[in-house]
Design a protein around this ligand. Structure first.
Ligand SMILES: [Zn+2]
Length: 290
């Protein structure tokens, strides 16, 4: 309304010797022109600023994500160290694979694009190393370690050589000579009284290194379990294994008897560790956890 009351502007452009050019500018058109001249750059600047803010936000998010990825990689690296330790592999003095170079190097300028890109590049470089360590070093070592432990566990004498409740007739250690002489002897095992013919069971996996008769132990079986463990089952009525047989835990090695230097039907059971007889009491209590 105000513009309508204004008179048009007349601009006269003259040059010496030339016909003057007269421009009549209507206020409304002038207003539109000024608005366009000022408004378009303003809108453009606003749009640019908004766009830059979006970019900055995007870059911040990217940097955050990259940092998270690197942190995760660091955690994975530590977990791999734990697995290596479990697998019996030597520990590394410094696992420096995860410290991003971007954090160590001072970054100039204001653009947050560089750190994110550097961090992501750093993460990308760490990945194959971690993967290779896991698949070529840790995994095989861990499998071998677990297999060895399973073998060792199977070789460890556990539980009872006879089924059912045990009736101990003579403990491990010094005892009076059971054959009436007034002297002490070292009893290097435990005797279990039982009915003739009751199956006698191997208490761990191993190889039969003796399946024989002698005047002392009568019919007896000795099993080498590896890992410096051996067990002996003596005074058997009959043997059920022969030299060189591989037996599993719980396998019948023979039958309870009264052969050799024996004062009645019983099983003499010995455990040897590094060639020395140990008290089987502790091993008897170990339950079958398989
Ligand atoms: Zn005995």
């Amino acid at each position: 309304m105000v513009l309508r009351q204004l008179k048009p502007y007349t601009v006269l452009i003259t040059a010496t010797g030339e016909t003057p050019i007269t421009l009549v500018l209507h206020p409304t058109l002038l207003g539109v022109g000024i608005a366009l001249l000022l408004g378009v750059p303003a809108a453009w600047i606003t749009a640019l600023t908004w766009h830059n803010r979006q970019l900055a936000h995007h870059n911040d998010t990217l940097t955050e994500t990259a940092t998270e990825i690197l942190t995760e990689l660091e955690v994975i690296g530590s977990e791999i160290e734990v697995l290596k330790n479990r697998a019996g592999l030597p520990e590394e003095d410094a696992w420096d694979a995860v410290t991003p170079a971007a954090q160590a190097t001072p970054q100039g300028g204001v653009a947050p694009v560089a750190p994110a890109a550097t961090l992501l590049e750093s993460a990308k470089q760490k990945m194959p190393g971690l993967e290779a360590t896991l698949s070529t070093t840790v995994k095989p070592a861990l499998e071998a370690q677990l297999a060895s432990e399973a073998q060792q566990k199977a070789a460890f004498p556990r539980g009872k050589p006879l089924a059912g409740a045990l009736q101990i007739s003579s403990e491990f250690g010094l005892r009076l000579n059971p054959f009436g002489q007034r002297s002490y002897e070292m009893h290097d095992g435990i005797d279990f009284a039982g009915p003739l013919g009751k199956p006698v069971l191997a208490t761990a996996e191993g190889v039969v290194v003796k399946a024989d008769y002698d005047s002392g132990y009568g019919n007896h079986v000795r099993i080498d379990h590896g890992y410096n463990y051996e067990t002996l089952y003596a005074h058997l009525a009959r043997l059920d294994v022969k030299l060189g047989d591989r037996v599993r835990r719980g396998a019948v090695v023979g039958y309870l008897g009264n052969t050799g230097r024996s004062s009645g039907p019983h099983l003499h059971y010995s455990i040897y560790r590094n060639g020395q007889a140990v008290n089987p009491r502790y091993y008897l209590k170990l339950e079958d956890t398989e």
